[in-house]
Design a protein around this ligand. Structure first.
Ligand code: ATP
Length: 256
């Protein structure tokens, strides 16, 4: 049986409390749970579509969107208050009908002090969802920086990654990931094809698999949104309208 989409869903999923703290891990646990971390400064349709399409491709039961409180690798200049980014993420999910039943916004990183390290978040979810198969969703740009993340090797031993292409990337994502894994993580990764799903994954004797996603996502970035807002240009097709209204009301990104 293939690893994608064909596995039987064991549970009915957590009763997610949208927009609140993490739900209690009611049993049965969702079989396949993905963590999708980011700065979400601000959240946009690229993130929302990623959640929708990756969920479908990998038959995920639940996705946690996890805004970072203090992103360790980004300059604090230009980053909106974490509470605002959390709020925008909640609004966006509630306004995007195709994902709101299986996406939960987690404030776990805002409840910790200090830099928001992914390894701490992964350890948290592994302890509250011990029976779930856990994945971490990352765009290719973010994935290619994982060797600078805290406890990188431990992270790769603990959790599978789902790596998504970003629009406009002209290279071969499989090759790019392979070169990165062999150069920066370990030479022991080997590719497994998955023709039925249009994806594939890298396996390793000591690490969790690295899945390559074939999703096709809009060419939107938070950087471009911030640039447009500062320049007084429209951002209408880039995020749900209520998020845009929130940005206007709070006066975010005008001077950064
Ligand atoms: P910025 O432009 O400020 O760096 P961003 O648009 O990349 O922000 P983040 O919040 O940093 O957004 O991204 C969180 C995760 O979502 C990262 O893994 C990133 O690669 C991924 N991501 C963001 N936008 C897209 C997109 N349009 N397509 C695919 N992946 C995306």
């Amino acid at each position: 049986m293939g690893r994608f989409g064909s596995e039987k869903v064991r549970g009915q999923g957590i009763q997610g409390v949208r927009g609140s703290s993490d739900p209690l891990p009611l049993t049965p646990h969702p079989a396949k749970t993905a963590l999708f971390g980011g700065t979400f400064n601000p959240i946009h349709f690229g993130h929302l579509e990623a959640a929708a399409q990756v969920r479908k491709q990998f038959a995920l039961d639940r996705i946690y969107l996890i805004p970072s409180a203090i992103p360790p690798h980004k300059s604090p200049r230009g980053i909106a208050d974490a509470q605002y980014r959390l709020e925008m993420t909640r609004i966006a999910v509630s306004e995007y009908p195709i994902i709101k039943d299986y996406v939960t916004v987690s404030d776990i990183e805002l409840r910790r002090s200090g830099p928001s390290y992914t390894i701490d978040t992964v350890c948290h979810f592994k302890s509250v969802l011990p029976e779930s198969e856990l994945f971490f969703i990352a765009g290719l740009d973010a994935f290619l920086e994982t060797n600078s993340w805290k406890s990188c090797m431990e992270l790769f031993r603990k959790i599978s990654f789902i790596v998504m292409p970003r629009a406009g990337y002209a290279g071969d994502i499989r090759e790019t990931v392979k070169t990165y894994l062999h150069t920066c993580i370990s030479e022991g990764y080997r590719f497994q094809d998955e023709p039925r799903s249009g994806a594939g994954y890298y396996i390793h004797s000591e690490m969790q698999p690295i899945y390559i996603s074939s999703v096709c996502l809009p060419d939107i970035s938070s950087t471009e949104i911030r640039r447009r807002i500062k320049a007084g240009q429209p951002v209408r097709q880039m995020m749900p309208e209520p998020v845009e209204n929130f940005i206007k009301t709070k006066g975010l990104f005008n001077d950064i």
